[in-house]
Each structure stands twice: as C-alpha cells, then as structure tokens.
Design a protein around this ligand. Structure first.
Ligand code: AMP
Length: 190
C-alpha cells in the first residue's frame, strides 16, 4: 500500500497534483475540502453544519474531520493506497491518521510539501476565485485561510520531519514539470 500526504497552504496546487498522482499510481484521492463541498451542495446534516465555518476560512472541528476521513477510507477497502489532500490540518488530525494507519497495519510513506512563494499563492488564490467562484476565495477569507494555515497546519512540518517522511518539492513551473518532480520523489529517484 502506498499512502501519501500532500501538504501545503491553500492555493499551492495540492488538489491538481494530488489528483494526477492518484491516477498515475492507481491510488484513491481523498480531498477533505472536496468532500465537504459536496456535502454542502447536497445540503446534508454535515454540510449544513460546516458551511459557515468553511465560508469563513476557519477549520472544521477535528472530530468531524476524523470521522469523515475514517468513513471515506473504509469505503475503499481494497485500495492500493491513498493520496490525502487537505488532511491532516492539525496535530490532533495527524495523530488520528497515524492511529488509523496503525490499526490498518500500514503507514504514510511520504508527506510531500509543495513550495510556492506567498506572492504567487495570493495570485493563484485570486485567480481561482474568479475561475471557480469559490465562496472561501474572497480577499478577507483568503487572508484568514493563510493565517489559519500558519497557526494550525504549518506546525505539522516538525511532526513529520521527526518521523523522517517530510519532503519538499518546488511547486512552480508547468503542471507537467511539477508532476515529474513529484514522481521522482515518490519513486525515490531524487
Ligand atoms: P480545501 O479545499 O482543502 O482548501 O478546504 C476548504 C475548507 O474546508 C477549509 O478552509 C476548511 O474550512 C475545510 N477543511 C478541509 N479539510 C479540513 C481539515 N482537514 N480540517 C479542518 N477543516 C478542513
């Protein structure tokens, strides 16, 4: 089983690359943001609970996310592995993921961080707001999402450095160039 975490701030390109990597290695792409957006669209109980939180750029409570992740992974029992995109975002989520992996007798092989400058991030987030019309991509919310990332998610870098599985990949260039760099890292060719 090959399990990967795509790590980095909002707008760094995790979603695009995670989807492509998942397809290439025949893994299941688990984007918690995408799952939550579908729940909101379908107006489920969970969707109604999280929509205001998401629209403000804050994090959805850990308990909800951990349950959501476990249920999602359980749906793909025979999978070759998972590409986690947007999870974990807090230390509590990272620990819960480790516990889940241990229970299933597997582990996270690599945590791959895409590296992009803050200026480039803002530019991409503003473009995405225009192209996709995401309600959490307004200027104020973008700012808040970056603050939330620095406060709650960035500290996970140390957690994964200590586990010896943290790697950085330059997230600048064409989608193809970044994808090739990612494959080199995943296949241990770097
Ligand atoms: P994303 O599409 O990954 O940028 O996620 C969009 C929004 O969904 C985030 O700003 C959070 O409000 C919520 N969300 C997604 N994943 C998580 C997570 N792992 N923990 C808490 N909130 C999350």
């Amino acid at each position: 089983m090959l399990n990967l975490i795509f790590f980095g701030p909002p707008g760094v390109g995790k979603g695009t690359q995670a989807a492509r990597v998942a397809k290439h290695y025949d893994l299941v792409h688990v984007s918690t943001g995408d799952i939550l957006r579908i729940e909101i669209k379908l107006k489920t109980e969970l969707g109604l609970k999280v929509q205001d939180i998401m629209a403000s750029g804050e994090l959805v409570p850990d308990d909800l996310l951990i349950e959501l992740l476990e249920n999602t992974c359980d749906k793909f029992k025979g999978a070759n592995g998972f590409v986690f995109d947007g999870f974990p975002r807090t230390l509590r989520q990272a620990e819960a993921l480790d516990e889940m992996m241990e229970r299933k007798n597997c582990k996270v092989a690599k945590v791959i961080a895409l590296e992009v400058s803050e200026d480039e991030l803002l530019r991409r987030l503003v473009n995405r707001a225009i192209e996709q019309g995401r309600t959490d991509d307004t200027a104020d919310v973008i700012k808040n999402r970056l603050i939330v990332y620095h406060k709650h998610t960035k500290p996970l870098i140390d957690y994964y450095i200590k586990q010896g599985i943290f790697v950085e990949v330059l997230g600048v260039g064409t989608i193809d160039v970044i994808f090739t760099s990612l494959c080199n890292v995943i296949d241990n060719r770097y």
